[in-house]
Ligand binder design. Structure first.
Ligand code: JET
Length: 250
């Protein structure tokens, strides 16, 4: 997968050089290019924003630098064999970024991120590139950040960990919260590891029983409890029968 990020704060994307994404890049599973939007400005102040038409507070990011930057990124990608780009625009007004969308994006060969600052990017930029590729305007939550770069880190990590061979134990994202299957749409319950006793706190007996069916059912019950408490909105979406089918597979 190729990832391009165009930003006025390239240093904000340094974390893409470490940990899971960093390792995926080192292994060649991910090809990441971070570009400074100001490389496509030609005035003395490297201007990327201007006052909003119609008045109002704040500034809007100008069309020309984005247009020149995206044309350059696309040309470079196509020249080096990348195909089927998609534009990912982090914005509070986007559709919610979910595990389902992360799975969908992880199957695409090329993602181009355009994190905005100020009040956002002139709408004509999205309108222009939407004629050439899918555009995903995504929100990572109902709050407003100073810029989309943190959202790029979130989306990139959620997508990269789904790429084949990136996570050590391929199983481990099978039981992810929201992963398809019996635990779909459920929040993960509690997890435990050694030592068996810590400050007078023991491990739930069922987890030491070695009875996989009972353990799976206990985990499902704990997930249901946690989801009911923290995300009742998800409950009606989970399939109460799914577990029994899975249970029979055990
Ligand atoms: C065309 O798209 C745009 O102009 C984007 O506009 C904005 C405006 C303000 C802030 C941001 C950064 O994203 C978030 O704050 C965000 C994403 N998820 N949750 C909060 C982006």
């Amino acid at each position: 997968m190729r990832l391009d990020v165009v930003t006025i704060f390239p240093e904000y994307l340094e974390p893409l050089n470490v940990s899971l994404v960093g390792k995926a890049r080192a292994r060649g599973q991910l090809n990441v290019h971070v570009h400074d939007l100001r490389s496509w400005t030609y005035d003395r102040h490297n201007t990327v924003d201007d006052t909003p038409y119609g008045g109002g507070p704040g500034m809007v990011m100008k069309t020309e630098p984005w247009g020149d930057a995206l044309d350059s990124v696309l040309a470079d990608g196509y020249e080096t064999g990348s195909r089927a780009p998609a534009l990912i625009v982090p914005t509070p007004s986007g559709r919610p970024f979910t595990q389902e969308l992360a799975v969908h994006l992880s199957e695409r060969p090329w993602l181009i991120f355009t994190p905005a600052r100020y009040e956002g990017i002139d709408r004509r930029v999205v309108d222009e590139y939407a004629t050439r590729m899918p555009v995903y305007e995504v929100s990572i939550g109902d709050y407003v950040l100073a810029g989309g770069e943190a959202a790029v880190l979130v989306v990139t990590e959620a997508v990269a960990r789904l790429l084949p061979g990136v996570l050590g134990n391929a199983e481990s994202h099978r039981d992810d919260s929201f992963a398809p299957g019996a635990m779909a749409n459920l929040l993960e319950g509690p997890v435990y590891t050694k030592p068996p006793e810590w400050r007078g706190r023991d491990i739930p007996d069922v987890l030491l029983s070695g009875h996989h069916g009972k353990i799976a059912r206990w985990r499902r019950d704990e997930a249901l409890k946690r989801t009911t408490a923290h995300r009742p909105d998800l409950i009606e979406r989970c399939d109460p029968q799914a577990f029994d089918k899975k249970d029979r597979e055990m």
